[in-house]
Design a protein around this ligand. Structure first.
Ligand SMILES: [Ca+2]
Length: 267
């Protein structure tokens, strides 16, 4: 894990989507954050040790995007071992685990003695724990630096033509892209990552909230499906959301951990 210093960070982007506004200031305590998303191999160790059965495995299907139409469909037999279904190759060990619901991610985190990050922690870390105004977590505003792709996203026309100019049609090995100034990777692109929070408007963030049926959890980071002209979800301020029982083949997670006594030491 990486030590993420505490500090004051502007959260959101006034030039982002409506969900990213209004920008607010947050004070964040130090914490540890996984260097990269939880991998298929790591999730397998959890499943083997505990006998855990994921929600997609219980339901018998999970969400896969049809690259040609851009439409999501439920594929029978898709789950974290076979993220695109039985007709496609199994998930490689060193890729981020996908087809895990928020509930699955939380169960893994508890087993590992960790927790999911809050979205404020996630953005604070993506901004280098230094309130960096950069659009992207690896710094700056460029997707290609010195001829190298900095992130695994969608190149070409969306939908219909995924040119995979970055080398990957779907997920990529963790650590391949986007090293940040804190040493984190995959904080933009590859897979969306579940956060602890319920998804709410920033304008309502201080108001009482009781999650009802259909309430959704926050996802951060963008994925291999994100196109710059559509969701552009790999910006540090971008947000997505889904119900906590939803499993999709472009969504994974990474874990955080508290530093005992950090809040007291910071005061
Ligand atoms: Ca790609």
């Amino acid at each position: 894990m990486v030590y993420v210093p505490g500090g004051r960070t502007h959260i959101g982007a006034e030039d982002g989507t409506p969900a990213e506004r209004p920008v607010f200031v947050a004070d964040v305590e130090p914490f540890f954050l996984d260097i990269h998303p939880v991998t298929v191999a790591e999730f397998r160790r959890f499943a083997d040790a505990t006998g855990y059965v994921s929600e997609a495995e219980k339901l018998g299907d999970a969400g896969v995007l049809d690259f040609d139409t851009g439409q999501w469909r439920l594929v029978t037999g898709a789950h974290w071992r076979l993220p695109a279904g039985p007709g496609a190759p199994p998930a490689p060990d060193d890729h981020p685990v996908t087809q895990v619901s928020w509930n699955d991610a939380s169960a893994y985190a508890r087993w590992a003695g960790k927790r999911l990050p809050t979205e404020v922690e996630w953005e604070h870390a993506a901004r280098g724990a230094g309130d960096a105004p950069d659009r992207y977590s690896w710094g700056g505003d460029a997707l290609i630096v010195d001829g190298r792709h900095q992130t695994n996203t969608w190149q070409g026309a969306f939908p219909g033509r995924n040119s995979a100019a970055d080398g990957f049609v779907a997920t990529s090995p963790v650590g391949r892209f986007g090293r940040t100034r804190l040493g984190l990777t995959d904080m933009g692109g590859n897979v969306w990552q579940w956060c602890e929070d319920w998804f709410r408007s920033y304008a309502d963030r201080s108001k009482p909230f009781e999650p009802g049926p259909g309430a959704e959890k926050v996802q951060r980071g963008g994925s291999f499906l994100c196109h710059r002209d559509f969701c552009h979800g790999y910006r540090v301020s971008a947000r997505s959301h889904s119900t906590p029982d939803t499993a999709l083949f472009h969504t994974g997670f990474r874990c955080a951990r508290d530093i005992p006594g950090a809040a007291e030491r910071q005061q």
